[in-house]
Design a protein. Sequence first.
Length: 402
Amino acid sequence: GSSWAAVPMGPPDAILGLVEAFKADTDPRKVNLSVGAYRDGEGKPWVLPSVRKAEERVMAKMMDKEYLPIVGDMAFVDCARKFALGKESKALAEKRVASVQTLSGTGSCRVIGDFYARFLGKGAAMYLPAPSWGNHANIFKDSGLEIKTYRYWNKQTNGLDLDGMLADLQAAPDGSAVLLHACAHNPTGVDPTPEQWKTICKALKARPGLSLFFDSAYQGFASGDAEADSFAVRYFVSEGVPIALAQSFAKNFGLYGERVGSLNVVCETAEEAERVLSQLKIIIRPMYSNPPAHGARIVGTVLSDPALETQWRSECKMMADRIIAMRTALHSEVLKAGSKKDWSHITSQIGMFCFTGLKPDQVARMTNEFHIYLTKDGRISMAGLNSKNVAYVASAMHECTK
Ligand code: PMP
């Protein structure tokens, strides 16, 4: 047999490794701001009542545990794409969207990564915003793509570097793929405005040689309004620009561990969509055969029942509103702690995260001296804050940035 004497110890995951360190910390003041998972005002995980209700309905049906098809639960997939593209979407009516259920957002990224590696070719470039969610580069590298970046975050303004972004995308060679965050950009919390999206769309429409991929992990979570949060995706599709779209239902439905997601490829014709779908199935079959049923049934139940969907909308808005309230609280507490710095980006950014601007040595102090866990890039999960810990976190941020 083989022995693994030569296998080196790998480094812990940049984000999930922090969870382990947090669990091992015995200081009562400890705060975990590393992972993007919603917490209620008491710091506890929250299962949305609309999701509980849907789950009870699913359970009451006593359904069998047969395999789903390779493409997953099509009732869910159809609800999911209407949720993203709009019930009146012309692309859906024309049947030119190839859609499959996936293992949440991560799995969706991986499937499109493998699709690009097959049909753009191994080593094709995948352009990610700088910075992007830490796992993006790993996913697309493992798919066989070459990671490139385009300018996105402007350090000077803590805002969007639109000119840099447009210049870099204009310079990307044909045959490349480009990843765009649909809303609530992770980790910066900085999104283009609708006007800026129109400018970006116009520039990319003029580059049909680029394959565009929207990663939508926070629809509803950014503004509290799922329709507003789908502006960019719907605008590109309405402009006739072919895109691929990953959907995750981890955050907006609080279904993290159920791994509910989908991948949609908006094509030019129904016939093209059929060919693309056939290839997605060929990619999925040897990868994991077919996706899990339970979470998809829950989301499908919520989105196909108008009363439950209305309830979900108000619960999703509650989560978004609590996060927005915590931004205001963190901002005012940092000033109250005596900081003279400009912290206006705390309240101007949106979504789950705040990109604080803390430098790596300041982040290390936050963790070592104050037992506050955040990623090295200075990103904090706003959902980890509540009325009991926000003043403590704010004072630590002030101490570490004096
Ligand atoms: N894309 C982005 C931008 C994310 O922030 C996340 C979650 N952190 C994901 C995809 C995937 O998450 P999941 O696989 O849990 O849906």
